[in-house]
Design a protein around this ligand. Structure first.
Ligand code: CTP
Length: 399
């Protein structure tokens, strides 16, 4: 939703990673953005303008002097109305020009003219990146402009050497773009804690009790809250989807560790969303050594884990800032009735009820939102990303 109808200029400079900018353009277009690509002349040696034109469905601008022949100076107006200027890849050369206000090609001219935030994805040899001149240029640029930098990552470079200077992956750059565009959203200045994934309760050093949760719903909620401008802490277990850009992540394993991390994080938070599938039981005893098999059956005594939501509920009086606690109810029968009961017991503002069998591990989810005021909203079957946006919209009204 956050990319829909946004006007984004994608600047492409002359680096080997220019071909990856095609994927950035494609992802932005799929998200509903209007994407205008501006290439430097050097970039055209690496990737064809026609490729971008086909993907964005819009003309690609390269030549400064072709622009001057136009009666309507379209690219000047483009600079004025852009919501965001992404430059990916950004060469050391273009960075130096941006830092010094040079405008010797169309891209640097647009960059100088626009007041839109700048999202930069540098890509260059390590020597160039680490050179104090390049670092100074970046510092100088940050001092005077609203600049967000993604990467560079460490890996194989154009020269074949390994080192820092690889352009961040397109998915990460688009994720960062979402963060920049969402900064002024409905949840601006709100702190939201989200939990995700299934906890893992050890039996011995090599075995755990866990569940089928993929972590997808929680990560989608973290991304949607971030898109709405919130400052998000994601308390997650391992093996889930990548942590969204701009989200603070805390990795935990057991229910006990998740409880400790949640209680610490909620002290400062406006909202808590417990999307994690927390184990209700753990082995009463954890063996220090690997349990060897015997001919007979194995009996494992299980004990209760802490109920995190119940503990938060018990502390609500000490947490005046915490205005909304959202729980999930993963049921296999009597979904709405059981969820209503949980809402009351755990003193929640909202509960998201779903059929555990359909939701766990799936890409889609069909949920019913039940609020403390008694209202019931049944959502259709949707991708988890869209379910997350609907829940975050409700959170915004609660806050
Ligand atoms: N939850 C929690 N701490 C636990 C277990 C669950 O905070 N130890 C949270 C989940 O993250 C979810 C909500 O409680 O948001 C509902 O979890 P669920 O296990 O479905 O409900 P329970 O209240 O444990 O009820 P039951 O096991 O009887 O279904």
């Amino acid at each position: 939703m956050i990319l829909r109808d946004k006007s984004i200029i994608l600047g492409v400079t002359g680096g080997i990673a220019a071909y990856k900018a095609v994927e950035i353009a494609s992802r932005l277009v799929k998200g509903g953005a209007q994407v205008d690509v501006v290439m430097t002349p050097a970039a055209t040696h690496f990737v064809g303008a026609l490729t971008f034109q086909a993907i964005t469905g819009r003309p690609v601008a390269i030549e400064m002097f072709a622009l001057l022949r136009e009666t309507d100076i379209a690219h000047v107006s483009l600079a004025k109305r852009a919501d965001l200027l992404i430059i990916a890849p950004l060469t050391a050369n273009t960075l130096a020009k941006l830092a010094h206000g040079l405008a010797d090609n169309l891209l640097t001219a647009v960059a100088l003219d626009t007041r839109a935030p700048l999202l930069l994805a540098p890509a260059m040899e390590s020597g160039m990146w680490e050179n104090p001149l390049t670092q100074e240029n970046l510092t100088r640029l940050r001092q005077v402009r609203d600049v967000v930098v993604v990467g560079p990552a460490t890996g194989r470079l154009a020269s074949g050497a390994m080192g820092v200077g690889r352009m961040a992956e397109p998915a990460e750059i688009v994720d960062a773009a979402r963060w920049v565009l969402g900064r002024m959203g409905l949840l601006k200045e709100k702190k939201v804690v989200v939990t995700s994934g299934g906890t893992r309760e050890p039996l011995d050093p090599v075995r755990v009790f866990t569940n089928r949760s993929s972590g997808r719903m929680g990560v989608a909620l973290a991304a949607a809250a971030r898109d709405a401008g919130a400052e998000v802490t994601l308390i997650h277990t391992s093996g889930g989807p990548p942590v969204p850009w701009g989200v603070r992540a805390v990795e935990v394993e057991t229910a006990q560790e998740m409880r400790d991390a949640v209680l610490e994080a909620v002290a400062e938070a406006d909202a808590l969303i417990m999307a994690a599938a927390v184990a209700d039981y753990r082995p009463a005893q954890t063996s220090e050594q690997k349990i060897k098999k015997t001919s007979g059956p194995l009996v494992v005594q299980m004990e209760r884990t802490p109920d995190i939501l119940a503990e938060v509920a018990a502390r609500r009086a000490e947490l005046p800032r915490l205005r909304a606690v959202i729980g999930f109810a993963a049921e296999t029968e009597h979904v709405v009735e059981n969820a209503r009961d949980k809402l009351r017991r755990k003193r929640l503002e909202l509960i998201v009820a779903n059929d555990a069998r359909a939701a766990m591990g799936a890409e889609t989810n069909q949920v019913t939102l039940i609020a403390a005021d008694g209202s019931v909203e049944e959502l259709p079957l949707l991708p988890k990303e869209q379910v997350a946006e609907r829940i975050i919209a409700r959170l915004a009204t609660l806050l």
